[in-house]
Design a protein around this ligand. Structure first.
Ligand code: FAD
Length: 459
């Protein structure tokens, strides 16, 4: 990964005298901070919480290292992978050689989606042709829609206002193909069912990951906890480059003073030459000065969608699968986290539930009843193996709502105030609300700051 190419205009002895404050330590903020530290600026990261990582973090529970929610990446997520390489933690990601998803189908049947080495989109033909979760006629329907999807331009603004499900139904899809194929991908990539996601976003995901290159959808699953994978490595990277990283530092307001900024916390004010605001949109609107011209009317309509993870530890292993998707089941995707969590005996499965509005307020006891029964349906050994630990993590605002019209609501990284830029997976990255989108936004923010500072910093 290259650092921003612009030369900072140094005050005093050099660029280390030019202070950039990055507000927020999610992947967007950490990426921007790493870029700016590499470019030689004095970077200070301010994080409101007691921990770094934003929407990606790990915590300790009963001797296990648990991620707040299962995170997955695809080979097409090149910026995130480049960040891991740069931080020296690429080994913490288990990348598939070839896209292969085991699928748990109705009646406890097992099928899979597996690509070949043929060129796209032929690499998926055998996968769909043999996909036993669908009847043969429905597989044919899927082919036709996939070919039509390939012809869509995700940049075409008119696609954003349309629902993916409406488009699918106009292209011959039925409840079975939606339930057993299309939703399987949209819940994982866009945190929404096809009826709740924008056609432009769906076209972007399917084209980029599945239809334009043979290897774009090869799956990467963290074999290390998220903290070890990128959070602590990024902190170390920054500290080695004279950056400062401060937790418990909630930014309350940013005031432009001539061409500089006063960054106000509860009991301290920092003076900065430039600021990257890498916080969620509602915070950005609260702390950014009016002159930044944030499109508040649009941003307040972005909304949010929860993700819930159900964590189940069995006394003995119940399946050999390292991960799987499930169709026609409340289980959407499940992952074996035994080794990553440091569990030495038994098996730890994390069930990831996207678009989880219905599960968000369901008591853990009810979730336990539903998901233990469902896992026993898929894995006979689970019916007879005691569950030693069961707990739930709930992320209320996991992503913004990537529904019809949502792309037109996102804000550019550049604001009306030179030197104050936005970053975050919700900004206009062209990517869904993902780690990849966050990292890309961070690079863009750092480029804008570096270009601004190269143009001149005056007090
Ligand atoms: C459960 C879950 C599962 C997910 N699964 C996947 C997945 O499989 N694959 C994938 O690619 N993506 C996934 N995502 C999405 C991905 O995690 C996010 O898109 C990405 O991490 C967002 O990063 P960010 O830096 O834009 O924002 P955030 O991570 O939200 O960072 C914003 C930071 O700003 C801080 N902050 C807020 N206000 C202030 C303030 N006033 N002062 C200082 N700091 C402040 C916050 O505390 C936070 O640390 C998932 C998200 C969740 C929650």
């Amino acid at each position: 990964m290259t650092a921003p190419c612009a030369e900072p205009r140094a005050r005093g002895s050099g660029p280390r005298d030019v202070r950039v404050v990055v507000v927020g330590s999610g992947l967007a903020g950490l990426t921007a901070a790493c870029d700016l530290a590499d470019a030689g600026f004095a970077v200070t990261v301010l994080e409101a919480r007691s921990r770094l990582g934003g929407a990606t973090f790990s915590f300790q529970r009963d001797g296990l290292t648990v991620d707040n929610g299962q995170h997955v990446t695809l080979r097409c997520c090149t910026a995130y992978h480049a960040l891991l390489t740069r931080l020296g933690s690429a080994d913490g990601l288990e990348m598939q050689d070839r896209f292969r998803v085991p699928v748990l189908a109705p009646g406890g049947r097992f099928t899979e989606l597996r690509r070949t080495d043929a060129r796209a989109p032929l690499h998926l033909v055998p996968a769909i042709a043999r996909y036993a979760a669908l009847r043969p006629l429905d597989r044919l329907r899927v082919f036709r829609a996939a070919l039509a999807l390939r012809g869509l331009d995700p940049q075409d603004a008119s696609l954003d206002s349309l629902s993916f499900a409406d488009w699918l139904s106009r292209h011959g899809q039925n409840d079975a193909t939606l339930d057993r194929l299309w939703n399987l991908i949209t819940v994982a990539a866009l945190n929404g069912h096809a009826s709740d996601v924008s056609l432009a976003s769906a076209a972007m995901v399917f084209r980029t990951a599945l239809l334009e290159s043979a290897d774009g959808a090869d799956i990467g699953i963290p074999r290390w906890p998220l903290d070890d994978l990128h959070v602590r490595p990024a902190e170390k990277y920054l500290l080695e480059r004279h950056g400062q990283v401060r937790t418990h530092s909630t930014v309350r307001g940013i005031t432009p003073v001539r061409e500089r900024f006063l960054v106000r916390m509860d009991d301290e004010v920092l003076d900065a030459d430039a600021v990257v605001l890498a916080v969620p949109p509602e915070t950005a609107m609260r702390v950014a000065p009016g002159r930044a011209g944030l499109p508040e009317a649009r941003l307040t309509r972005l909304g949010a969608v929860p993700i819930v993870n159900v964590h189940v530890v069995y006394e003995r292993p119940v399946t050999d699968l390292t991960f799987a998707a499930a169709v026609s089941s409340p289980v959407q995707w499940l992952f074996d986290r035994t080794a990553a969590a440091g569990l030495t005996s038994g098996q730890y499965l994390a069930v990831s539930l996207s678009a989880a509005e219905t599960w968000l307020t369901t008591p853990a006891s009810a979730l336990r009843d539903v998901f233990l029964a469902e896992l026993a349906r898929f894995f006979p050994a689970a019916a007879t193996t005691p569950c030693s630990r069961f707990f739930v993590t709930r992320q209320r605002r996991a992503t913004f709502r990537q529904g019809p019209g949502s792309n037109s609501l996102r804000a550019a990284q550049r604001t009306a105030l030179p030197g104050l830029v936005l970053a975050g997976s919700w900004t206009a990255t062209g990517w869904p609300d993902t780690m990849e989108g966050a990292v890309r936004s961070g690079h863009r923010a750092a480029e804008l700051v570096a270009a601004h500072l190269a143009g001149g910093v005056s007090r």
